[in-house]
Design a protein around this ligand. Structure first.
Ligand SMILES: *[C@@H]1O[C@H](CO)[C@@H](O)[C@H](O)[C@H]1NC(C)=O
Ligand SMILES: *[C@@H]1O[C@H](CO)[C@@H](O)[C@H](O)[C@H]1NC(C)=O
Ligand SMILES: *[C@@H]1O[C@H](CO)[C@@H](O)[C@H](O)[C@H]1NC(C)=O
Ligand SMILES: *[C@@H]1O[C@H](CO)[C@@H](O)[C@H](O)[C@H]1NC(C)=O
Ligand SMILES: *[C@@H]1O[C@H](CO)[C@@H](O)[C@H](O)[C@H]1NC(C)=O
Ligand SMILES: *[C@@H]1O[C@H](CO)[C@@H](O)[C@H](O)[C@H]1NC(C)=O
Ligand SMILES: *[C@@H]1O[C@H](CO)[C@@H](O)[C@H](O)[C@H]1NC(C)=O
Ligand SMILES: *[C@@H]1O[C@H](CO)[C@@H](O)[C@H](O)[C@H]1NC(C)=O
Ligand SMILES: *[C@@H]1O[C@H](CO)[C@@H](O)[C@H](O)[C@H]1NC(C)=O
Ligand SMILES: *[C@@H]1O[C@H](CO)[C@@H](O)[C@H](O)[C@H]1NC(C)=O
Ligand SMILES: *[C@@H]1O[C@H](CO)[C@@H](O)[C@H](O)[C@H]1NC(C)=O
Ligand SMILES: *[C@@H]1O[C@H](CO)[C@@H](O)[C@H](O)[C@H]1NC(C)=O
Length: 406
């Protein structure tokens, strides 16, 4: 019955998605043997800003039409190109590469002809311009199609590209489309996590999908100019905050961030300041263990009042003094009801740094459970085998003793 429900649901979903997708741009590309090798059914909107005079610009919305040509598309064993040309000299080109088990989109290049006055009236420039979006679709299993209904919005220079309702298969095997899909993370139902502690680690990012993963920054502070670091930290930081009813997210940009702070014997501060974010991490130690004990975050949004969150009652990122704390996975940290931190590739050592290098790391709990679970299962199995062996030996001995008395 469960099998029937699952299969039925899947077919229903496929049916609905095909019904739904029929409005998009649908194209097929054949290889040199005239077999289908690339298939796409998707929608793309472009918002393009262009100059119409000195200090004056206009913005137009362009929709990838249903009527496109695929000239210039090609399929090879490990690389493929989908080139869709439309209107008067505009094109949208997607480059794919494949390794053994997965394929991905490396780049998407959008070229637009500003000389097309039906689309860009009064443009001062008559050139054809191009913008490139990188690594937008990754890790698609070979012989599956990539499916993503959610909108993926990318801004490059003066173009905002919105890609949505996508069904896409490159490296089609034997000329027949796959009916298995690889669903994008934005379409996955968000996982709920048990609220047992203030720290959770999630495998898939559940934060706003439109914002890219923040760049990992390396920060260190020293007691004076001549000494090596006394505190070191590396992480990528994303902040989610509420402004009224709206949820916003913002990334800390490491190379636009000023580093400050202080090292003392039982407390250390790391203060990071950018034009939109000020964050102070306060670490404490009791001689044996250190922990992150307080956070003071100020976010200055583009509009509206600054959002301030202070929490001085935390005890996370704990490890022995002289070691470092590490968590490679995304970590979610509720600072207050209105502000949440997301950290990526985290490693911190707030005390007793030697020679500017991290000491051995204590890994975050969920990083180790992945190792712990097999160990527990293995130990349980070993125990079971031991019990069986002992029972067998005892059983044998008893019967042996029995024969002896006869
Ligand atoms: C592409 O290949 C398919 C079979 O894989 C074939 O049915 C179709 O006619 C081909 N298209 C063109 C334009 O040759
Ligand atoms: C794309 O553009 C069309 C037409 O302007 C609009 O109806 C649609 O809502 C847009 N979609 C997205 C995701 O922006
Ligand atoms: C254009 O903008 C620049 C700087 O924003 C300003 O210096 C210049 O005077 C402006 N030119 C005109 C024609 O408004
Ligand atoms: C499709 O595009 C081609 C060339 O761009 C054009 O000749 C043709 O009339 C278009 N067809 C439709 C239905 O718009
Ligand atoms: C592609 O693969 C086929 C068969 O697997 C092989 O015959 C052909 O030489 C390959 N082509 C390239 C360019 O590697
Ligand atoms: C892919 O497979 C080939 C041989 O089948 C192997 O030599 C190569 O290392 C594999 N590459 C990856 C990235 O697994
Ligand atoms: C722009 O288009 C017009 C005709 O529509 C053409 O005569 C002119 O050469 C084009 N200019 C450029 C720079 O391509
Ligand atoms: C832009 O072009 C339109 C006609 O397409 C014209 O009515 C308008 O005056 C032009 N605007 C500028 C600023 O040149
Ligand atoms: C963090 O806050 C969100 C929303 O306020 C809540 O859904 C989530 O359970 C909280 N996580 C923890 C670990 O407290
Ligand atoms: C740093 O070292 C230089 C030369 O080694 C010395 O002149 C200077 O006083 C030192 N500064 C501090 C703050 O120790
Ligand atoms: C900051 O880093 C980004 C990439 O992370 C780079 O594109 C940009 O040029 C850098 N800016 C400066 C001022 O170094
Ligand atoms: C938080 O930091 C701001 C300045 O960044 C400071 O004015 C404020 O007093 C701090 N709050 C606490 C509770 O430390």
């Amino acid at each position: 019955i469960i099998w029937c429900i699952i299969v039925g649901k899947k077919w229903l979903l496929i049916f609905i998605s095909e019904l739904h997708l029929s409005h998009g741009t649908e194209v097929s590309v054949n290889n040199t043997e005239n077999k289908l090798c690339l298939y796409a059914n998707l929608m793309v909107n472009f918002s393009v800003a262009y100059e119409v005079g000195v200090n004056k610009s206009e913005t137009v919305i362009l929709v990838l039409p249903e009527n496109v040509t695929t000239e210039g598309s090609a399929c090879d064993n490990t690389t493929s190109t989908l080139k869709l040309s439309f209107g008067d000299g505009h094109s949208w080109t997607v480059d794919f590469t494949k390794n053994n088990k997965t394929y991905q989109v490396d780049t998407i290049v959008f070229s637009y002809n500003l000389n097309d006055s039906s689309v860009f009236p009064n443009s001062t420039s008559k050139e054809t311009k191009s913008v490139t979006v990188k690594s937008i679709i990754t890790n698609v299993s070979v012989d599956t199609y990539y499916s993503c209904k959610s909108a993926d919005v990318r801004t490059v220079e003066s173009v905002i590209q919105t890609l949505y309702d996508v069904a896409l298969q490159a490296f089609v095997i034997n000329g027949s489309k796959s009916d298995t899909d690889t669903i994008c993370s934005a379409d996955m139902p968000s996982t709920t996590v048990a609220p047992t502690t203030t720290v959770t680690t999630t495998a898939a990012p559940t934060s706003t999908p439109t914002l890219p993963t923040p760049t990992t920054g390396k920060y260190s502070i020293a007691t004076d100019v001549n000494s090596t670091a006394c505190l070191m930290a590396t992480f990528g930081l994303q902040i989610g905050y509420k402004q009224g009813d709206k949820e916003e997210t913002i990334n800390l940009v490491p190379n636009m961030t000023e580093v400050g702070g202080a090292c003392r014997s039982n407390s250390s501060d790391l203060k990071l300041t950018s034009d939109t974010i000020t964050i102070m991490f306060t670490f404490s130690n009791d001689g044996k263990k250190f922990q992150l004990h307080a956070l003071n975050v100020t976010v200055i949004p583009a509009t509206g009042a600054p959002v301030v969150a202070v929490n001085t009652n935390m005890s996370i990122w704990a490890a022995a003094v002289g070691s470092s704390y590490m968590c490679n996975k995304e970590q979610t940290l509720n600072v207050t009801d209105t502000l949440t931190l997301y950290t990526f590739e985290l490693r911190v050592q707030p005390f007793e740094v030697n020679k500017g290098e991290f000491a051995t790391a204590h890994e975050c709990s969920l990083d180790d459970t992945s190792i712990l679970i097999p160990i527990i299962v293995g130990a349980a199995l070993a125990g079971l085998i031991l019990i069986v062996v002992i029972a067998y030996v005892i059983g044998r001995r008893k019967t042996y003793v029995g024969y002896q008395t006869l």
